[in-house]
Write a protein that binds this ligand. Structure first.
Ligand code: MG
Length: 409
């Protein structure tokens, strides 16, 4: 089998990769809804792919892997990797999890990141109310993640939250806002977590997306104050999200000084950039996103290596869309027992910042997803060939932009 074309269309807000072959089958991959602008960058990979056998996934990846980087530029390589696995599975008539070594579990736990009613405010009672609503979601999530501190409007809505001036009007939570917190700010963040835990009890796990932006001294005070609450993890306190570096040594100081689990990794591209984080035990949990880290095989390698070092795995995925969801299900089925849960992506992540106007019709243009998708916090792993979620071409065509009219041809 030979690759004859690489196409990319922005459907809704997600750039979709289509790898076309001379045997009449296509493989698809998806880029986060926040990265519509990557389409020309993705198309530039075509000359490296044409004529290659897509079922030799690693040999093709060796031709393109050097052209990725930390968010957002690992996305193009990652989406192509997913499309190659989709093709390899379809060609073999097997689900991708079989090609990755087979299932370790029949259903995969997910955690809630995107099923998120709007907050009414940023006081402790608002966090408690928002948590009650998320706990009532039909998906029955067993783990819910909430943004606090610098990963939350709390940083600008609470006066004198920190010794700095919050940036306004930037859609990314990212590394723009940073600084030492006031005692008032620190107490406020702790009070909001206590309020959430008071409604959650110990039936549903609480994870907190925190930054980046914290100074190490505040991060340690916060982590220690939360020790009695048994939160699942504190994510991206120091670096993460869109910071194009890791700072593993600073994470190590924090992680070794508290019993609250410390988590990072969604922005990181490639296993090599997890090396120091994992080998020095700088965090307790890593959370690469298969749509940023270099793909699903890359993520599996990191999970295995983390497990050897006593480090847990909770993949990121909130913006990965429905093809990204399929990729997350395939790879998560194969991960070792250090797997906790992946972040459940929506086709229409309403209320999720930049994707607030994402279209609900995404669910109507693909086939292969179970109904309901999430049951009691788990997704049952499906057995369709490839990633197992495909376009219903006639319906998807209706949503192509004018410049992408020939995408399925
Ligand atoms: Mg995060």
């Amino acid at each position: 089998m030979k690759i004859t074309d690489l196409k990319c269309a922005v459907i809704g807000r997600n750039p979709i990769v289509r790898i076309v072959t001379d045997e009449g089958i296509s493989g698809y991959g998806e880029v986060e809804a926040s990265k519509s602008y990557l389409k020309p960058y993705i198309l530039d990979f075509a000359p490296a792919l044409l004529g290659q056998d897509p079922t030799d996934v690693e040999r093709v990846m060796l031709r393109i892997r050097q052209r990725g980087a930390f968010k957002p530029y690992g996305s193009a390589v990652s989406a192509i990797e997913m499309a190659l696995w989709d093709l390899a599975g379809k060609a073999a008539g097997l689900p991708v999890y079989k090609l990755l070594g087979g299932k370790v579990r029949d259903k995969v736990r997910v955690y809630n990141g995107g099923v998120r009613p709007p907050m009414k405010g940023y006081q402790p009672e608002d966090y408690a109310e928002n948590m009650r609503q998320m706990m009532a979601a039909q998906e029955g999530f067993t783990i819910i993640k909430q943004g606090v501190g610098f990963h939350s409007p709390m940083k600008r809505e609470i006066p004198n939250f920190y010794y700095g001036d919050p940036q306004q009007g930037n859609p990314f939570h990212g590394a723009l806002d940073r600084g030492l917190m006031t005692e008032k700010g620190l107490k406020h963040a702790i009070a909001c977590v206590e309020a959430m835990k008071s409604v959650m009890g110990d039936e549903v796990g609480l994870a907190l997306d925190c930054g980046p932006g914290w100074m190490p001294t505040d991060a340690l005070r916060f982590a220690r104050a939360l020790e009695p609450l048994n939160v699942l993890w504190l994510e991206d306190l120091l670096t993460g999200d869109y910071t194009p570096f890791v700072n593993a040594d600073v994470y190590k100081d924090l992680t070794q000084a508290t019993s609250t689990p410390i988590h990072t990794g969604e922005q990181i591209y490639l296993r090599q950039n997890f090396k120091q984080l994992i080998e020095s035990h700088a965090v307790n949990i890593v959370g690469p996103d298969p749509a940023d880290v270099g793909g699903i095989a890359e993520l599996k390698w990191i999970a295995e290596y983390a497990d050897l070092h006593g480090i847990l795995m909770a993949p990121h995925g909130i913006g990965d869309g429905l093809l990204g969801l399929a990729a997350l299900v395939q790879v998560s089925a194969t991960l070792p027992q250090n797997y906790i849960a992946f972040e459940y992506p929506l086709g229409n992540p309403a209320g999720f910042g930049y994707a607030a106007d994402a279209p609900a019709w995404w669910y109507d243009i693909v086939e292969g997803l179970p109904e309901p998708i999430v049951d009691k916090g788990f997704i049952t792993v499906w057995d369709r060939p490839g990633m197992g979620v495909d376009f219903i071409v006639e319906k998807a065509k209706e949503h192509l932009r004018e410049e992408d009219r020939d995408f399925f041809e």
